[in-house]
Design a protein around this ligand. Structure first.
Ligand SMILES: C[S@@+](CC[C@H](N)C(=O)[O-])C[C@H]1O[C@@H](n2cnc3c(N)ncnc32)[C@H](O)[C@@H]1O
Length: 351
């Protein structure tokens, strides 16, 4: 799909750079960031119709360093992930030197899925986990493994949801390697994180010209209020067009006492020397690696710009609080690798 989405992104980007969007010289002076969680490349079908806006929303937002409307951003983000889907896992390892695996393992083990301190008499109490922007399944598979194997709780079910069918389809294929009991506890759902009232089960991609991102007009179901015990989102939220809307949806679908948990790139600027090396690597090496390995420089340029654009730890913590969550701990987040990534958590109050 890469071949298809790449030209679409290339067609769209020049117009972004040159029209109402920020001139290059006015763009933030950020060069570089560390990547880690995406892999881009792509190789699937070819001409997918991923640049068609799907909603009439015209609020301004950012696509990397460009200013776009929310509907444009959705279409552009769709193009990026359609383009990178097939090489996402490989590129992630390459760009992060494997660090994304360590962060993801840590993220999941600190959440300890399958264990319920409130039901210590019934350690196998059912849990519904929703992994949003789940992509190719890295987090969902770890959650299931931890719950079923580490905590011996077979009553944990994970819904892996993403706006992009191409990414989910790769995840679905990968899930075939999981034990049968874990496959049975996993479901794949197409949805925009900003409106979880409209979802549908993953549908196969039948043709190379097909749109690969979720069209809410085709929804057949939706996630109910107070229905989820744990909501996870890893390396996804910075791609959303409307982060407060997604946080409001997280709050809506979580049960009282349920936990919102986010793993995302963040700011490492408390350590200036390290930070400058990290940014050099991000802005110089990542797009180049994307070009050489995945044949897709633009998508990787977006990925590093989107990291730079994402709010710093305190600001994001405040957005989470603003959605109604209670946060705890030192400031409400945990820095990983000096702040290159951070874990934020919030609890939906019981009352
Ligand atoms: C970098 S990948 C992360 C995948 C996975 N969570 C991981 O850590 O490997 C980001 C994912 O966010 C998804 N995404 C972007 N915007 C979205 C939205 N509005 N709603 C749901 N998913 C979205 C993309 O399709 C992509 O699969």
């Amino acid at each position: 799909m890469a071949a298809a989405a790449r030209p679409a992104l290339k067609r769209a980007l020049p117009s972004l750079r040159s029209s109402t969007f920020l001139p290059r010289q006015q763009q933030p002076q950020c060069h570089h960031h560390v990547p880690t969680s995406r892999r881009s490349l792509s190789t699937t079908p070819s001409h997918r119709n991923d640049t068609q806006p799907t909603t009439p929303s015209d609020e301004e937002t950012h696509f990397g360093f460009s200013t776009v409307t929310t509907s444009q951003k959705r279409a552009l983000v769709a193009s990026v992930f359609t383009s990178v889907a097939d090489s996402y896992d490989k590129m992630n390892d390459l760009m992060s030197f494997g660090w994304h695996r360590i962060w993801k393992d840590h993220f999941v083990s600190t959440l300890n899925p399958g264990f319920s301190p409130l039901s210590s008499t019934s350690p196998t109490s059912p849990q519904h986990i929703l992994d949003i922007a789940g992509g190719t399944g890295d987090i969902a598979f770890r959650l299931l493994h931890h719950a079923h194997t580490v905590n011996s709780n077979p009553n944990v079910k994970v819904t892996i949801s993403d706006i992009n069918r191409a990414m989910l389809s790769v995840g679905k294929s990968r899930s075939a390697a999981l034990p049968a009991s874990q496959q049975a506890a996993l479901s794949f759902v197409e949805a925009n994180a900003e409106d979880l009232r409209k979802t549908r089960p993953l549908t196969p991609i039948l043709s190379q010209t097909e749109q690969t991102f979720f069209d809410p007009a085709t929804a057949t179901s939706g996630l109910e209020d107070d229905s989820v015990d744990l909501y996870t989102v890893a390396f996804g939220i910075r791609n959303f067009s409307d982060i407060p809307a997604a946080l409001a949806e997280a709050y809506r679908v979580l049960k009282p006492g349920g936990v919102f948990a986010c793993l995302e790139f963040s700011k490492a600027d408390k350590h200036p020397l390290f930070n400058s090396v990290y940014k050099e690597w991000s802005f110089r090496a990542i797009p180049l690696i994307g070009q050489l390995v995945a044949g897709d420089r633009d998508s990787y340029q977006y990925l590093v710009e989107s990291i730079e654009r994402f709010p710093r730890q305190e600001e994001f913590r405040d957005l989470i609080k603003g959605a109604g969550f209670r946060v705890s701990g030192d400031g409400g987040w945990e820095d990983l690798t000096g702040g290159v990534a951070a874990i934020h958590r919030g609890m939906k109050p019981r009352e």
